[in-house]
Design a protein around this ligand. Structure first.
Ligand SMILES: *Cc1c(COP(=O)(O)O)cnc(C)c1O
Length: 401
């Protein structure tokens, strides 16, 4: 049996990681979600509906591009990119948001809800809600609302209700708490749509399954471009880990393909100055599941920093913790400076402005290509960088030194 069908276990464990540690009032609701997903993931009607949405609304398949100029610059491995920046709304997140909303609809729910940090998940979910005619409630810290004004405008245009969260640090962590509280009160009619391969079972499995289209397409496209070959190295940035699991899914049973997850090293390896959870974290529980976590002296989730706000999470999907432990995936890190350099180079040399998150995967390719002549690297360009251009140019200029 292949890796994907045998992981996780029925209870949602990837080896020692995962599971579902739920407050009792939520247990029946997660049972309902598990049962609905179990049934729908085998329903040809559901899968056909999803396939048509991907094709006619999202614009899939997204292409794989050969990055000729970047490859020549590095003078080693040939670099290819899976173009999730060309998916509708400009990132891979819509892949699982459309599927979660379709699930909500099949379950008879009238609302989807979530928290958002930088607003990317909120925008993708609001898009899905608009498409399916569902209500959408997004909780967002007041600090993030100020910082990410364009995404707040997008969510409102798409018809979502944005709930400002004004307690504590007024950021992502408080938004999670606030959204969960609100969900408990309306779980009969709403579905909480988690934004990555994190959270209690079945979300890490479900979101991985929904994202696996990225790897399935990429494998076929890469083979078509190279006369039937597989890439030697496959790389993706890891925040919660959904774009990485999506791409890895296409190659995980191929022992000859090396898989790399690239974590954000921020400004240094000191706690609080990075978000490299697998590189520096320890076993622990966060938001209802067991995984690797970055914690402070009191054992609380530690503050994290990275230039890419979409990677800013002190935990990681349980499947990544597992794949780290088994050694199937190598987890490495790229810092803010390397990501910025990659951001400028991909823009200037290939005509693709990447999201700062995705730039971490590009940075890995830039670092490794020269050392691996004769090989090929396929990276996931998880999103486009329009959201980052003002911040980057106002803070760091145009990259021409
Ligand atoms: C949210 C986001 C990420 C990080 O999320 P994962 O679940 O780790 O994939 C990466 N890239 C982009 C463009 C994002 O919006």
């Amino acid at each position: 049996m292949g890796y994907l069908t045998s992981n996780p276990t029925r209870d949602g464990w990837f080896g020692d990681y995962g599971g579902a540690m739920l407050p009792p009032p939520l247990e029946p609701h997660f049972k309902e979600i598990r049962e609905a997903y179990d049934q729908l993931s085998k329903s040809s009607e559901f899968l056909t509906e999803l396939r048509l949405i991907r094709k006619h609304f999202q614009g899939r398949p997204t292409p794989v591009s050969y990055l000729k100029n970047l490859s020549e610059l590095c003078g080693g491995a040939q670099i290819y990119a899976k173009r999730e920046d060309l998916n509708h709304t400009g990132a891979h997140k819509l892949n699982h948001c459309m599927a979660e909303a379709l699930l909500a609809k099949h379950m008879g729910k009238t609302k989807i809800m979530a928290e958002t940090g930088a607003g990317q998940h909120g925008v993708a979910l609001a898009t899905a809600a608009a498409y399916f005619g569902l209500d959408c409630e997004i909780h967002m810290g007041e600090i993030d609302i100020e910082k990410e004004a364009p995404n707040v405008t997008r969510m409102k245009l798409l018809g979502a209700t944005v709930v400002p969260v004004g307690f504590g640090g007024r950021s992502l962590k408080e938004a999670v708490d606030s959204a969960f509280q609100s969900y408990v009160a309306q779980a009969d009619t709403a579905l909480f749509a988690i934004g990555s391969v994190v959270g209690p079972h079945p979300f890490p499995k479900m979101v991985r399954d929904f994202q696996s289209i990225v790897g399935i397409e990429a494998r076929e496209q890469f083979a078509e471009m190279t006369g039937g070959q597989l890439p030697d190295m496959v790389a993706a940035c890891v925040g919660g880990g959904s774009n990485a699991m999506g791409l890895f899914a296409g190659f995980i049973d191929e022992d000859g393909v090396d898989l790399y997850g690239v974590e954000p090293l921020g400004t240094s390896s000191k706690l609080g100055e990075h978000a490299a959870t697998i590189t520096f974290g320890h076993d622990g529980d966060i938001h209802g599941f067991r995984t690797l976590v970055l914690t402070d002296e009191e054992g609380e989730p530690a503050p994290v920093h990275t230039i890419a706000s979409g990677l800013d999470y002190p935990g990681v999907g349980p499947e990544h913790a597992h794949l780290h432990k088994t050694g199937r995936v190598s987890y490495v890190a790229a810092n803010d400076k390397e990501a910025l350099d990659a951001f400028y180079k991909l823009s200037r040399l290939e005509g693709i402005i990447p999201a700062l998150e995705s730039a971490h995967a590009v940075a890995f390719a830039l670092r490794e290509a020269g050392k691996n002549p004769g090989k090929s690297i396929l990276l996931n360009l998880s999103g486009r960088g329009d959201k980052d251009i003002d911040y980057v140019t106002e803070t760091f200029g145009f990259g021409d030194e």
